[in-house]
Design a protein around this ligand. Structure first.
Ligand code: DAK
Length: 258
């Protein structure tokens, strides 16, 4: 598939989306979000793709939503058209694992989109921020909610109220970022991690994802019950039989997603 604002590539079992609006620091315009949604739809429906990586390349992840595109909108415009909501949420609805690989600025909507991914890998050049307060508004794509769940109320409040940037080391310490790599190694390390996940049973990875996500949405008792049911359900798959037999037979498992 070819696009104007992103590059979508299939690299073995990994689907890679690279934002590609360098003149605007990859600011998310409506067309870019439309294209991202279409690429995600395609990766999700392709059985050969088992993991998705979302990145902005080696210089900048994204400087947020396109301010020039939204500056003149009125409340009525944003309310009536349900402003950019439909395309923004697609990444959060992916059933396959989605990794954000972040280098450089990851601001506003950029940070919100990276938090909709399953985990964030950062280059040591990454800078995270919710700067909406500096332009007279507040995060509108989940920033106040997801950031607070990830880093806690005090740090989320301080970041959202000041709009300051947080570097990769602080972001990892705070729990926003899973791992930090030297900038030159970010994509290679990300692909290694993506390929490792892609080598496992796609059924099991989807079950892990659903179960970890449930931890955010329910009580501990309900979450444990949900996890237990999925764990039991995994014993109905050929992949569980294959995985455990391969261990016993001291050979590498070959998972089929069945
Ligand atoms: N939008 C549009 N253009 C942008 C942009 C942005 N967010 N960020 C940068 N650019 C453009 C600049 O205008 C400039 O374009 P030209 O002047 O060359 O035409 C070019 O990118 C290079 O930027 P700078 O010249 O400013 O570069 P610097 O290195 O000096 O500064 C910077 C880099 C990242 C510190 C600065 O560009 C900056 O502060 N950018 C704005 C950051 C920001 O405030 N981002 C938050 C935007 S609000 C929602 C979904 C999402 C959202 C809301 C609702 N729903 C689902 C309802 C999200 C909102 C936001 O993200």
């Amino acid at each position: 598939m070819t696009f104007e604002n992103i590059i979508a590539e299939k690299k073995g079992a990994v689907g890679v989306i690279t934002f590609n609006r360098p003149h605007a620091l990859n600011a998310f315009c409506a067309a870019l979000m439309d294209e991202t949604t279409r690429a995600l739809d395609d990766f999700e429906s392709d059985d050969a793709i088992r993991v998705i990586v979302v990145t902005g390349g080696d210089k900048v992840f994204a400087a947020g939503a396109d301010i020039k595109e939204m500056a003149e909108k009125t409340f009525v415009d944003t309310f009536r058209e349900d402003f950019i909501t439909k395309n923004w949420e697609r990444v959060a609805r992916c059933r396959k694992p989605v990794i954000a690989a972040v280098a450089g600025y990851c601001l506003g909507g950029g940070n919100e989109l990276s938090m909709m991914c399953d985990f964030i890998l950062a280059a040591d050049t990454a800078k995270f921020s919710q700067p909406e307060i500096t332009i007279g508004t507040l995060p509108g794509a989940g920033g106040t909610q997801r950031l607070t769940r990830l880093v806690g109320k005090s740090k989320a409040m301080e970041l959202c109220l000041t709009g300051r940037m947080m570097d990769a080391v602080e972001a990892e310490r705070a729990g926003l970022v899973a791992r930090v790599f030297p900038a030159a190694d970010l994509m290679a390390e990300t692909m290694k991690i993506a390929e490792k996940i892609a080598s496992f049973s796609p059924l099991a990875t989807m079950m892990v994802k659903e179960s970890v996500n449930r931890a955010y949405e329910t009580t501990l008792a309900e979450g444990l019950r949900f996890e237990r049911r999925l764990f039991h359900a995994s014993f109905s798959t050929q992949d569980q039989k294959e995985g455990m037999e391969a261990f016993v037979e001291k050979r590498k498992a070959s998972f089929k997603g069945k």
